[in-house]
Design a binder for this molecule. Structure first.
Ligand code: FAD
Length: 323
């Protein structure tokens, strides 16, 4: 097996995403780490990739990769894989990562492993670990097919590591052809973010169906502000239309790992747990003493969120004012 692992680097707001850097750390630990960076990107993005372990970047800054969905990127990545045959290529479990891996595995008629929490190279195979049922179990999947192994990696699976490498950059030709321009990005809706970003927040206050309605999320916002944290939610709260999907934590939402996670009116379904179970400290408030969330909590308060949260907020305000 060749000793090169590629990372498909993604950008948000012109910055390399945390998951891209996490994947680079793992790639550099096992092999020579290289990155593919498609679409317009500032110079700092290239510098960041080198700082976090990429020794080579395959780059094409053409806007086609930003303006059209999936097909131009899939075409270019497939061409690069055909030419250079890296042992493994890592993609984030993001919208574009999932789209690309689906497309590439169909083109190459090869398997792919999704939701990867860790992996090892085993001779010509790749053995991946996939957390299941709220990370209560670890499933193992092995890819034995010839050619590049495609893995979709869960966010927060690895720690990013500064590991500066001498960098070479290879400019790759832009994907061309009208058939690649079938899917156009028509509009990008940006949900206005208030306070810290959920994924990077050190404290998260999350609400579930027990909050009873959209208006009560204002209480969580007050608490989060006092703790310099972000507000999250369960799918039940999102499905009810109380908060946007961008706030959903869990299997089909975001995976978070804050220092402190405060779960308010949340039962603790496995799909929610899988997105927050590895938080350092979990405090839960639930009126049902048998709610499953308590089994995963460091501290539990059995009671009504509408009585406990205002008291907690008052107390924190008093302490802040006394400082
Ligand atoms: P409930 O399970 O209804 O719990 C509400 C809790 O609030 C209860 O425990 C109740 O005792 C408590 N409560 C009520 N009133 C009060 C009060 N006044 N004070 C204190 N406590 C109170 N869910 C996610 O969260 N994220 C996901 O990404 C996700 N993905 C999914 C993917 C699939 C394929 C499927 C099938 C489901 C998914 N779900 C996900 C849904 C998940 O199974 C649960 O339905 C959901 O997490 C439940 O949300 P909840 O805890 O808010 O609601």
């Amino acid at each position: 097996m060749a000793d090169v692992i590629w990372v498909y680097a993604e950008l948000t707001d012109d910055r390399i995403t945390a998951t891209s850097l996490e994947m680079l750390a793992k790639a550099a630990q096992l092999a020579k780490a290289e990155a593919v960076l498609l679409g317009p990107a500032p110079e700092e993005a290239v510098e960041t990739l080198a700082k976090y372990g990429a020794s080579k970047i395959y780059r094409c800054a053409d806007p086609i990769y930003g303006d059209y969905l999936t097909l131009p990127a899939a075409d270019t990545v497939a061409g690069l894989i055909d030419t250079y045959k890296p042992a493994v290529m890592l993609f984030a479990s993001s919208y574009s990562g999932r789209d690309l891996v689906g497309n590439l595995s169909a083109r190459f008629d090869c398997g792919a492993i999704s939701d990867v929490g860790d992996f090892e190279l085993k001779g010509r195979s790749v053995e991946a670990t996939i957390p299941a049922l709220g990370a209560s179990y670890q499933n193992t999947s092995t890819l034995t097919s010839d050619g590049t192994k495609l893995l979709l990696v869960r966010p927060k699976s690895f720690e990013p590591k500064i590991n500066e490498q001498p960098l070479s950059i290879e400019e790759v030709p832009v994907a061309s052809g009208d058939d690649l321009r079938k899917l156009r990005l028509k509009d990008r809706v940006t949900v206005k973010r208030e306070g810290p970003q959920l994924e990077g927040a050190k404290t998260i206050v999350s609400g579930g169906r027990g909050l009873k309605g959209e208006e009560n999320f204002a209480i969580l916002k007050d608490l989060a502000e006092l703790l310099d944290g972000a507000v999250g939610a369960t799918r039940a709260a999102v499905d009810a239309g109380w908060v946007p999907y961008s706030m959903q934590v869990g299997q089909t939402g975001k995976t978070v790992k804050p220092e402190l996670y405060i779960a308010c009116g949340i039962s603790g379904a496995v799909q929610h747990l899988s997105g927050m179970k590895t938080s350092k400290t979990i405090i839960s408030i639930n009126k049902d003493a048998d709610a499953p969330i308590f089994q995963y909590s460091d501290f539990g308060v059995v009671g009504d969120v509408f009585k406990i949260l205002p008291q907690l907020i008052d107390e924190l305000k008093k302490r802040k004012a006394a400082k």
